[in-house]
Design a binder for this molecule. Structure first.
Ligand SMILES: Cc1cc2nc3c(=O)[nH]c(=O)nc-3n(C[C@H](O)[C@H](O)[C@H](O)COP(=O)(O)OP(=O)(O)OC[C@H]3O[C@@H](n4cnc5c(N)ncnc54)[C@H](O)[C@@H]3O)c2cc1C
Length: 576
């Protein structure tokens, strides 16, 4: 397929108008580069219309949490089609990954945009301090091949071994124990991360490329500070224990490596794999009554900060402005490094235990450092659906260098739900995550401890407090509370409620007889055990089957679920 420069411009303009801000300085070059990356896929003839009935496996379908060619769906399609005697049809409601999605720095533009995102909203939260004008908040979900792995922040984290042993206990099936799933993590990894060569702890020959942080001004101060307060810097992906680490990313030569890039793109030529894009699955007639949509768990997020950094020159990304230059473009294209590989200035991650969870980390930290440029607050508000809240809050600090820490209760107790709005399969569902609704108020108490840890780290250490002069900014709407007290922190946490984008649990695995279970430990809908007609053969393989959320970002565990699920099907059908 030949495209003229004018046609390329059209594709960029029509498929993705928003990155205009991103392209400041070097407009069309980045866009052309993105298209070049995807050239072969745009010209592929995979968009065929073979009827689904001709296929042995249709990789898709769940009623509430969408599954298609996402993180898990790509894995299942790729693994099942390894057997040439099997035909696989992958159905996906969206299209190819948008070319711009391969540039990590473009990540904020992928959310809440109709070309790449489902644009869900959650119901207004009763537990929020935010005035209703800043709600309803957005709940981004990736649309298109690769699903949310095509729009996410690329953080690679497996989770804690105890998280998976907990699944094995709930299901009474050692398939889900860490001892077993660790083999699948190794199988999927092509590990070239920060800890490469420091032990035989990661997979080397899998499809999913993992690379270390490539652009990290300011990182060393964070690592020095965590050591000062007594935490270790360690690989959080190996037998996770309390500690902090530079983040490893699902990137290949600095570009996004989604489940689609890792699992599907290399096998597009397989004759037994067909992909139908723009195929929205619509069958919704209920056959069985199961608790689908209940048990919704998510990592609710609070941005702690900004911590204004007085000493200049220690902060990297002023996203889309000074850092985006011809040099940075050349670094990205030729060396796979530089500012364009950064996702919003993310540098380090951490996990710690609150006092209620000794020995099992239940708080999750992600460190970002960037300069607050004009337009940054508006970008965050557009992603979050928070009106002008962030824009107004950050207005006085434009031009300052800053750090933020995204803090989350990694093992939240609160549970929400998702329900159908009506029987129109194109209607958006009702999503109520019920953040901070647990009866014992434990989630808030844990978060306050996390908040205190962060403030101590920034203000009372030599590396951050003294050398950089980092200081926490006060949130005006919480000024009725004394600054830096527990009540102030609770107000701050409830004011800046956001999602960390990790909803799970709405098709939970469980034992037969468990009232919360939708699927059994083999991922078959549980009603098959009661011989419900018309449902045999249906399996759910995606993030929704997690009975409890992992204290980690959920892409890696979801890809692992895809690997395990594909093996379960292969075994059941005696394939290999
Ligand atoms: C903005 C964002 C940032 C994130 N950041 C990170 C991160 O940095 N690190 C991390 O580990 N995790 C991150 N996550 C979470 C992680 O990406 C998800 O947990 C994971 O991708 C979920 O995989 P899945 O297969 O369950 O669903 P998805 O990957 O979301 O796939 C679902 C697929 O189903 C398709 N679909 C939906 N409905 C239908 C239908 N009716 N018919 C056909 N197809 C349909 C969708 O279009 C989509 O392609 C992030 C998520 C988001 C949204």
């Amino acid at each position: 397929m030949n495209l003229s420069v004018e046609q390329l411009r059209m594709i960029l303009r029509t498929s993705f108008p928003i990155p205009i801000a991103f392209l400041i300085g070097i407009p069309s070059l980045i866009g052309y580069f993105g298209i070049f990356l995807q050239w072969s896929d745009y010209s592929s003839d995979k968009l065929n219309r073979t009827p689904a009935s001709a296929y042995d496996f249709v990789v898709v379908i769940t009623i509430f949490l969408p599954v298609g060619g996402g993180s898990a769906g790509c894995v299942v399609a790729a693994r099942l089609s390894e057997n040439p005697e099997v035909s696989v049809l992958l159905l996906e409601a969206g299209g190819n990954p948008n070319p711009i999605s391969f540039v990590p720095l473009a990540v904020p533009f992928l959310q809440n945009h109709p070309a790449t995102d489902w644009q869900y909203k959650i119901v207004p939260l009763k537990t929020s301090e935010n005035p209703p004008v800043y709600q309803p908040l957005s709940w981004p979900r990736g649309k298109g091949l690769g699903g949310s792995s095509t729009t996410n922040f690329m953080i690679y984290m497996r989770g804690n071994p105890k998280d998976f042993d907990q699944w094995a206990n709930i299901t009474d099936d050692s398939t889900w124990s860490y001892a077993n799933v660790e083999k699948y993590f190794n199988k999927m990894e092509d590990y070239h991360g920060r800890y490469e060569g420091l032990g035989d702890n990661h997979g080397k020959n899998g499809p999913l490329r993992i690379e270390p942080l490539k652009y990290s001004p300011g990182l060393e101060n964070i690592l020095a500070a965590v050591k000062e307060v007594g935490f270790s810097v360690r690989d959080l992906n190996v037998n996770q224990q309390e500690g902090f680490s530079p983040i490893d990313f699902t990137q290949k030569q600095g570009r996004r490596h989604s489940a689609y890039s890792a699992y599907i793109q290399p096998i597009l030529g397989r004759p037994n794999l067909k992909i139908l894009r723009y195929s929205h699955v619509t069958k919704i007639k209920p056959l069985v009554n199961l608790p689908v949509g209940k048990n919704l768990a998510d990592h609710v997020l609070t941005y702690v900060g900004p911590f204004i950094v007085k000493k200049k020159g220690n902060v990297p990304v002023s996203l889309m402005q000074e850092d985006v230059t011809f040099k940075s473009l050349a670094d990205f294209v030729f060396n796979g490094n530089g500012p364009l590989t950064s996702t919003l200035g993310l540098l380090a991650a951490g996990v710690t235990c609150s006092s209620t969870s000794p020995g099992w980390p239940n708080l999750l930290y992600l460190f970002l450092s960037l300069s607050i440029y004009d337009g940054f607050g508006a970008t965050i508000d557009r992603v979050s659906g928070s009106g002008n809240y962030t824009k107004d809050f950050l207005q006085p600090f434009i031009g300052n260098d800053a750090h933020f820490v995204a803090l989350s209760p990694g093992k939240p107790k609160s549970r929400g739900f998702i329900e159908l709005l009506d029987n129109n399969p194109f209607s958006k569902p009702i999503i109520n995550p019920q953040y901070y609704s647990d009866s014992g108020n434990q989630d808030i108490q844990d978060m306050i401890e996390g908040y205190e840890t962060i403030v101590n780290l920034y203000e009372n250490t030599n590396a951050l407090g003294n050398k950089l002069g980092a200081r926490l900014v006060k949130i005006p709407s919480c000024s009725r509370f004394e600054f830096k007290t527990r009540s102030y922190y609770e107000c701050a946490i409830r004011t800046a409620i956001r999602t960390l984008f990790h909803p799970v649990g709405t098709n939970s695995m469980g034992k037969i007889g468990d009232p919360h279970a939708v699927v059994d430990s083999q991922l078959r809908e549980i009603s098959r055990h009661y011989r419900v007609l018309g449902t045999r053969g249906l399996r759910v393989i995606d993030a929704s089957i997690m009975p409890e959320i992992t204290n980690a970002n959920t892409n890696a565990p979801t890809i692992m679920i895809g690997e395990v699920g594909a093996d379960l099907i292969k075994r059941a059908f005696h394939l290999n």
